[in-house]
Design a protein around this ligand. Structure first.
Ligand code: PA5
Length: 339
């Protein structure tokens, strides 16, 4: 696929998830005891899939799963730690430094990448390697960065077989695509309507605990990178302990923000109440408040329904701002100046 075709990449997410699962099912890992903890190393677009999985399994995994976005590895990493090095390009220096450190500490390492230096090192070191297809912007490869983590954590005894949830997710994404695609006019297209509301405003995306906060963050980063615009994200209940107070002296920022509340009927009553009361506190100070509801039976399907909506919103926002959603010139410049 052409990395410049962001619309095509977003459109193809159901097929990407399907293909990612086909590839991930081929992966086998050496037998061994269940790890004491798991750490995924990754940056930017290669970290978000793992963050989502960590949020998804937060309440059920029998061992903690952390995502390390930076150089090296956390201090507790040792021989009983599972370390997954995730880099789409395989050339991200922070992730490579963590890979080397995990190897030095004798951790059980797995690499997920399209190639690059990470694939070269994994092959040379005899480290299990899952090669994913190249040709996408890392953020558009969310299926390839998320689905393999489910397989790896299943093989390591940290979660059950994800296959039924993946099948439900793919089927639902196809149906959702038919409602969100460019040919569907604004009145009937939830993503276009949200993009129109957010246009010329600062998006404030609120999720809740676990994966829902990570999906809110994904909306923010997709708006940053695709629409080349600023956005903020936060999560309940934490935001009620700080950000909510920020409306007390609102005059200078009145009308600047448009809020999107990412909601899930499965959220417990105290969280639902927090969304409702917070909306009332904010309402006089913001341009508007929109709500988007998760759809699906499995948590994975609900996660992807909100994520997929956000990806489309960022795309339509890019069109409204008349920018090309694909290139990320500032990231490219930083990488080349730091090389
Ligand atoms: O979206 C992007 O292009 C970035 O956030 C990259 O994912 C990030 O710079 C890390 O690169 P890679 O995913 O190749 O490890």
């Amino acid at each position: 696929m052409d990395p410049g075709d962001m619309a095509g990449a977003i459109h193809g997410l159901p097929e990407q998830c399907e293909q990612a699962w086909r590839l991930a099912r081929e992966l086998t890992l050496p037998e061994g005891p269940r790890p004491r903890q798991a750490v995924v190393l990754g940056m930017g677009g290669s970290a978000i899939g793992a963050e989502l999985v960590a949020g998804l399994l937060e309440a059920t995994a029998p061992a903690p799963i952390a995502v390390h976005r930076g150089y090296g590895v956390p201090g507790y990493v040792g021989p009983e730690t599972l370390v997954v090095a995730s880099s789409y390009s395989g050339n991200t220096e922070e992730t490579l430094s963590g890979y080397d450190e995990a190897r030095r500490r004798g951790s059980r390492v797995v690499a997920v990448t399209t190639g690059g230096e990470l694939a070269r090192r994994a092959e040379a070191d005899g480290v299990p390697l899952l090669r994913i297809p190249g040709g996408l912007q890392p953020r558009a490869a969310i299926g390839y960065s998320l689905v393999p983590q489910l397989r790896i954590f299943h093989l390591m005894g940290l979660t059950g077989d994800p296959q039924p949830a993946i099948e439900e997710t793919v089927a639902r994404l196809r149906r959702q695509r038919a409602r969100l695609e460019p040919s569907v006019p604004s009145q009937a297209n939830e993503a276009k309507q949200l993009a129109l509301s957010l246009h010329q405003h600062l998006p404030l995306i609120y999720g809740s605990q676990g994966w829902k906060g990570v999906v809110a963050y994904r909306w923010k980063t997709q708006i940053n990178e695709n629409a080349k615009a600023q956005a903020q994200a936060n999560r309940f209940p934490e935001l009620n302990h700080n950000e909510t107070v920020g409306w007390e002296v609102p005059a200078a920022i009145n009308g600047l923000f448009h809020a999107v509340l990412l909601r899930d009927e499965a959220d417990p009553a105290p969280i639902q109440r927090r969304f409702d009361v917070t909306a009332e506190i904010m309402r006089p100070h913001v341009a508007g408040i929109s709500q988007a509801w998760a759809e699906g039976d499995s948590e994975l399907a609900r996660l992807f329904s909100l994520l997929y909506l956000g990806d489309h919103v960022s795309l339509y926002l890019a069109y409204l701002y008349r920018v090309d959603p694909s290139p990320v010139k500032a990231i490219d410049r930083l990488k080349s100046e730091l090389a």
